[in-house]
Every structure is written in C-alpha cells, then in structure tokens.
Design a protein around this ligand. Structure first.
Ligand code: PGA
Length: 261
C-alpha cells in the first residue's frame, strides 16, 4: 500500500520566527499520533527559514523538510539560484517543482521541470512535480490532454526506479487558493489518468508505486472524502498549512480515512 503524504506549501509566507513557531506547534500537536499510521508529513517553508526549521525537525522522525523550488545545476554563475546539493546540505528531502504559480509568474516550463526533477533524483531527493489545467482549459474540455502532456514531458528520460520514487501533485489551477475544491470523484479520475500515463511512459509497477497527490483548497473538512478515493495518495496543501490546527486536522483526517478503510 502506498504511504500517504501530506505536504504543506507555505509559499511566500512567514518570517523565520513565524516559521519556527508554526513548526513547533505542528510538532506538539502531532506528538501523540501513532507514527505507524501517520502519513509522511512535509513542510515547505521559504528558503530563508529552511535551516531554522531543519534544526527543529528531527530528520526522519515524523516531519520532513521540503523546498518550494531549486535550480538544476549544482553550482556556478547563476545569480540568485539555490541548488539541490545546497538544499540537501540542510536536510531538505522533498522539492516542489513546476507549481502553477512558478509556471505562471516565473516562466517555469515542462522542460525546466524535467531538468529539475532529474537533478533532484540524481542527488537522492524526491521531487513533488505539479501539474494541472486552468479553468479555461477545463471549460474547453482539454483537461485530460493538458495533464497527460505535462506528465509525459515532466518525466521524460527518468528511469522506472526514479519514477516510482517521484511524487506528482495534481493541482487544477482553478482550485488553488479559491476555496473551490475539485470534487473527489473527478480528482480521482484525473489522478487515475495520470497513473495510467505514468504506466505508459514507464511500467505498471512503477506507476502503482508512485504517490500522486491532490492539491487545491484542501481543508480538514475535505480530506477524509479525498483520502477515501482509490488513487489519491495525499495532498499538497497551501492556505490550510499556514496554521497548525488546520494542518494537523488534515493529517488526522488522512489517518481516519486510512484506518477506517
Ligand atoms: P491552496 O494551495 O491549498 O491554498 O489552494 C495549494 C497549492 O498551491 O499547492
């Protein structure tokens, strides 16, 4: 069975002190949860807070550290960038790539997403590769085509083993930060389609091992239904990850859905 992942994408929010206090609060509120049944929990603060948050997390013991982006080259004349070995150096184990906000505002393309995913995997870290359609594309009936094209391009050239380790987050752009979630059966349908596309470019075995998350206005009140779907392996959470109560509510809801099965 695939172990669920609940990842908090803090986006451009929180100072170092605020990040420390949030992660301390999450730690306290998850302390009594059964570690065996707990999903993999990942928090992704801004770059400047990563080291301070890393110092608080006991690496590998409950909560993992994620970054929101990286550059695909290890070092050199690339002003302003941060590389995978540098993130690994401060105990980052997951890196989000291709978030729709990066595609929309910072020129991220499937080609750069693919380069970053390769760099991340080559250093033994795990990429969380985001894909998803805009409202316009959905209304034009292009959802399946868009998502399939993104997934094929983003995974190009990865080995079956690398694909099995990678994580994909299906995030319909119209559901991000809008309060409108994609209804669970539809999210599950697209995620199944993603899994079948992964099987096409690798193997069924790799596709069945890969964890595919849903993202877009996930809340404590929506997660149980989402996690009861056959192919949804967790969530990438934005707004609701900025407060310990709502984030921990999502972790608990995931556990309830899984143990209730
Ligand atoms: P949201 O963001 O939960 O605030 O909709 C999700 C994301 O962008 O990853």
């Amino acid at each position: 069975m695939r172990k669920p992942i609940i990842a908090g994408n803090w986006k451009l929010n929180k100072t170092i002190d605020e990040s420390i206090s949030l992660v301390e609060d999450i730690k306290v509120k998850t302390m009594d949860l059964n570690r065996e049944q707990m999903p993999t929990v990942v928090v992704c603060p801004v770059f400047t807070a990563l080291k301070s948050v890393a110092n608080i997390l006991e690496h590998g013991k409950g909560i993992d550290l994620g970054a929101q982006d990286c550059y695909h080259v290890d070092s050199g004349a690339y002003t302003g960038e941060v590389s995978v070995p540098m993130l690994k150096d401060i105990c980052v184990s997951y890196i989000i790539v291709g978030h729709s906000e990066r595609r929309q505002y910072f020129g991220e393309t499937d080609e750069t997403v693919n380069q970053k995913a390769k760099a991340i995997l080559s250093h033994g870290l795990i990429p969380i590769i985001c894909c998803g359609e805009s409202l316009e594309q959905r209304e034009a009936g292009k959802t399946d085509e868009i998502v399939k094209t993104q997934v094929k391009a983003d995974l190009k050239g990865l080995s079956n083993e690398e694909i099995a380790k990678s994580v994909i987050a299906y995030e319909p752009i119209w559901a991000i930060g809008t309060g409108k979630t994609c209804d669970s059966p539809e999210a599950n349908r697209v995620i199944k389609l993603i899994r079948d596309t992964v099987a096409e470019v690798s193997t069924r075995e790799a596709a069945d091992k890969m964890r595919i998350l849903y993202g877009g206005s996930v809340k404590a009140s929506t997660i149980e239904e989402q996690m009861s779907m056959s192919d949804i392996d967790g969530a990438l959470v934005g707004g609701a990850s900025l407060e310990a109560d709502s984030f921990v509510g999502i972790i608990k809801g995931t556990m309830l859905a899984r143990t209730g099965k």
